[in-house]
Design a protein around this ligand. Sequence first.
Ligand SMILES: [Cu+2]
Length: 517
Amino acid sequence: MLNVFRRQRSPLTALLFVFGLTILLALPLLAEQGKTGQAVPQQAATVGKVQVGPRLDPAVVGSWGAPQQLGTIGIHAALLHTGKVVFWWYPLGTGTNSPGKLYDYTTGAIKDVTIPFDGDFFCSGATILKDGRLLVIGGLLGNPFPGVPDKGISLTAIFDPATETWSPGPNMNFARWYPTAVEMSDGKVLALTGKDATATAIVLPMETYDISTNLWTTLPSTANIGRLSDTYLKMKLLPSGKIFMAGSNAQTMVFNPLNNRWMSSAKLNFGNRYHGASTLLPGLTKILTAGGTMTFGGGGATATAEVIDTSAATPTWNYVAPMNFPRYNANQVLLADGTILEVGGAQVTKYQSPVTTPELYDPVANTWTEMAVEPNPRTYHSTALLLPDGTVIAAGSDDPANRVAGDQYEIFSPPYLFKGARPTITSAPTSITYNQKYNIATPDAANITRVALIRPSATTHDNDFDQRYVDLTFTKGSGQIRITSPLNSNYAPPGWYMLVIVNSSGVPSIMPFVQIQ
Ligand SMILES: [Cu+2]
């Protein structure tokens, strides 16, 4: 959906700013009212109500740091293998460059990385290329003049973590606004869906980007998507090499890149699940989808959640435990221990009745646990991603009534950071290949129960197409563990990953980056 406020420059702006500031100033007071120890009942969805969450030990509900200034609205976010996070959003006023910020979580430093060439990479798609550079595709050529239509764009932009600079990438063959970008097992990027050059109709053809030739290639028409497909189709690479489309349309599908054909899979029990979040679960065959609404324009948020096991003979979506709060436009973040943090979202409109109580989904126990209340609302156009130290950064939301929150970020420390000493990795390879054995040095080898590779996020609009948690088999030795790398690139497409070891208390290590190729 176009944010109709995005170029609003009316005299109301100042008033809205004051209104937002008033809300912000009132937040601590409202939060204080919540310190009665009462958990919020389900469906606590009154407009304007601040949820309070249970008042519990951070080892149970985690803990939020105070909001910090980002200086931009984190509508799009990606974690680079340098450990820095790049954010970008839409040009301001009559500007034609998309502002960007580079955040270093180790120091808190923020560097301006405004895209130095024309292009509105607003509601673009993004994925991290196998060499670690960030590819951003499409966006909008918005028109500030009433009655003159907006246009989808075919522009792309590439951010190089080594030089911390942007350069123009090759144009796609199609203009796309709200496209999906996902890395396939061969390292090519698949681009699909999005609104066309008139910013109205869905683009049906799919195309791939080959990093070695720096070219886009349109796939045969057998690969075209259906006319009624949603934008930002939720694509997940499976160990079969096929790519599963988990919504938002009720009819889920699977794409086979070997023959460029789609097959129907099961239907979501809920129906169309617009603005819901979905995640490929650890194990890489099950997909979780939670929240959303049947009404594209908003309203009617659901708390329901469903899981499909794509490895079943006849895969079906099955309801699992519902969330405690209905929500849409929330973010799902795969955490360092393989649980999923559902954070942000709203219930009534894009920005109204925000859900500030995150929930932690345990896919083994099938439980949702309410987490500590987030200090800022994070609704439409918000982002959240896992950092290499196991915390989560949350940002974004372009609510014109709350630009104060929009320009800030905050860091969530999950419960696992309050459960004792962390295991440490003293050395690990920085480059690995498939199906080989490698040693990881750790003084905590005897107590390690899980080892995994976690793909760094490139996320926007409740989507993180490439997010995956790849468990590794391992054996323990003295002062080291010996891992077997992923079997092939269907399990872990080439690129940079965070390496985590987790101990028997569920506490993860700090995660160094390793490149698999
Ligand atoms: Cu958008």
